[in-house]
Design a protein around this ligand. Structure first.
Ligand code: BG6
Length: 510
């Protein structure tokens, strides 16, 4: 097991939702699992006027996100955790100078023996990232002469290729690239990491993982919720920026990449960058028209309950043209993937919450058995990212009886069957990695820029294109009526159910 060195974690934006909902629960889980170093301290910093005690009450003792976990634990044990947390009020502004903050950091560092190692987590609006980095640098908190200094930044990382480049350059003025950790919580999911293991530690999949055997690749990310309380943010972002540019292109890079020469962070990240750079960027309007679909959910009734349309949501412009559904067909220009279409979609207000990757294999080159509907029964490998995490292989078996009638059967694996194994939450895993200086699951500057390079022309077309359309879909259905047009030559999207094997074919072999 890698060693986690003593350190101080400073969270900017500590009175915000992410700190209470994700970061503190992740740290608490690490505390319970005894993964935190001996001397560990958190300093929350933001613009709310809170004392240390008030901060502890808010994010630990009275936190709705920890309530269930704390109920079985002794107070003294919980206080052991909450006493590691401190708070510093930054006053009216994140951009004012940091000498007071620095004094507090130095004092805690000495008192709590955190060995000058510091991690700064920026959970603030992105327009503050550069100013915070600059202020930290001005008081010497980027200097690694004694103890390491790391910066974790949340998404969105840029709003376009240009803004992402500016942000990268801006941060790199004050912190070196290896000090910067760009978080993408999808990379913290076990099932996303398992894409690497499925591909590169089995000899049965990788030989087939190319244009000779794969017909097409389909990736679905669906959420049943709408924009909830985030209308203001979402309306400036949209599905393509919110999910596709980051989480889904990260998944694409893991499906597309070549085998790395080893498991070192830079070896894996180099291959992911190469993969993203090989996506064929669509630039002309005709190609963009044919290969992209955007849509918005409209008011509807789900299970007898009225649901608002996107334009009626709080914080959303009533004339908004921001997409809540995005589907993109594209190709990958390299030797392995030549001619294999990729279909990727993401949306809110779908019938269920599900993310999965489906590798559709080609039909056998010569059909011996005249089975009906062969094409819908091709071999498939379904990698379920969430929920009901697992892997399903669909393959042909003979139906008992005369002749050679073929049906599809399922061969499946579920993470839930690993009862003894504790599966870490995404933030837990990612925080622990950053604490140990392992950046494998963090996005590098060139990786983020390569993803924007692909997405930018689509956004530009959707904003200014001549023939661009915005379709509507009733909240609670699988997208607009014409969603299947994109995938027409192949039939239809696999619209998954909540459970991985909900369309079990002929029988289930466990
Ligand atoms: C976030 C998006 O990055 O991911 C949200 O901003 C989205 O809009 C969320 O709901 C989905 O994450 P998960 O882990 O629930 O699939």
């Amino acid at each position: 097991m890698k060693k986690t060195e003593n350190h101080l974690l400073v969270i900017f934006g500590a009175s915000g939702d992410l700190t209470a909902r994700k970061l503190i629960p992740a740290l608490f889980n690490l505390y319970v699992a005894k993964q935190l170093p001996k001397n560990f301290t958190v300093l929350g910093a933001s613009r709310s006027n809170l004392t240390d005690e008030e901060f502890r009450d808010r994010v630990v003792h009275n936190s709705p996100y920890l309530k269930e976990k704390l109920s079985d634990l002794k107070d003294i044990y919980v206080s052991g955790f909450s006493n590691m947390l401190y708070y510093e009020d930054l006053g009216s502004d994140y951009t004012a100078e940091y000498s007071k903050l620095n004094n507090r950091i130095q004092q805690l560092n000495t008192e709590r023996g955190t060995d000058n190692n510091m991690m700064f987590y920026l959970s603030t609006p992105p327009n503050l990232y550069e100013a915070i980095a600059e202020n930290l640098a001005q008081v010497g908190l980027n200097n690694q002469d004694s103890g390491w200094k790391r910066l974790i930044v949340e998404k969105p990382f840029g709003y376009s290729l240009e803004t992402a480049k500016n942000l990268n350059r801006g941060l790199q003025r004050f912190f070196k690239e290896p000090q910067i950790y760009r978080i993408d919580h999808y990379l913290g999911k076990e099932t996303v990491q398992n894409l690497l293991v499925t591909r590169f530690s089995n000899s049965i999949f990788e030989p087939l993982w190319n244009r000779n055997y794969i017909h097409h690749v389909e990736i679905t990310n669906a959420e049943s919720v709408g924009v909830e309380k985030r209308g203001g943010y979402y309306d400036k972002s949209g599905a393509l920026r919110d999910m596709f540019q980051n989480h889904l292109l990260q998944i694409v890079s893991l499906v597309v990449m070549e085998p790395p020469i080893g498991d070192q962070p830079e070896e894996i990240r180099n291959e992911k960058v190469k993969a993203l750079k090989s996506l064929r960027v669509m630039r002309d309007e005709a190609t963009l028209f044919e290969n992209t679909i955007r849509a918005q959910y409209v008011a509807s009734e789900i299970n007898g309950k009225k649901v608002k349309g996107y334009r009626e949501e709080d914080g959303v412009n009533p004339d908004s043209t921001t997409e809540t559904y995005a589907a993109v067909k594209f190709y990958v220009d390299n030797w392995r993937w030549h001619g294999v279409p990729f279909y990727v979609r993401t949306a809110k207000r779908m019938p269920t919450k599900v993310t999965e990757v489906i590798i559709h294999f080609k039909t056998p080159h010569h059909q011996i058995f005249q089975d009906s509907g062969v094409s819908s029964k091709d071999n498939k490998l379904i990698i379920r990212i969430q929920p009901d995490e697992g892997i399903l292989v669909k393959f042909g078996v003979k139906v008992p009886g005369q002749g050679f009638k073929v049906e599809r059967a399922n061969l499946d694996f579920y993470y839930s069957s690993l009862a003894e194994t504790y599966v870490m939450e995404a933030y837990e895993r990612l925080l622990l990695d950053a604490m140990q200086g392992d950046a494998t699951l963090y996005a590098r500057a060139d990786e983020v820029e390569a993803a924007w390079e692909f997405v930018d022309p689509i956004l530009e077309y959707w904003k200014n294109g001549k023939d661009v359309r915005m379709y509507g879909y009733a909240a609670g259905v699988w997208g607009p009526e014409n969603a299947d047009d994109l995938i027409e030559d192949l039939g239809y999207w696999r619209n998954p159910e909540q459970n991985l094997a909900d369309d079990p074919g002929y029988c289930v072999i466990c």
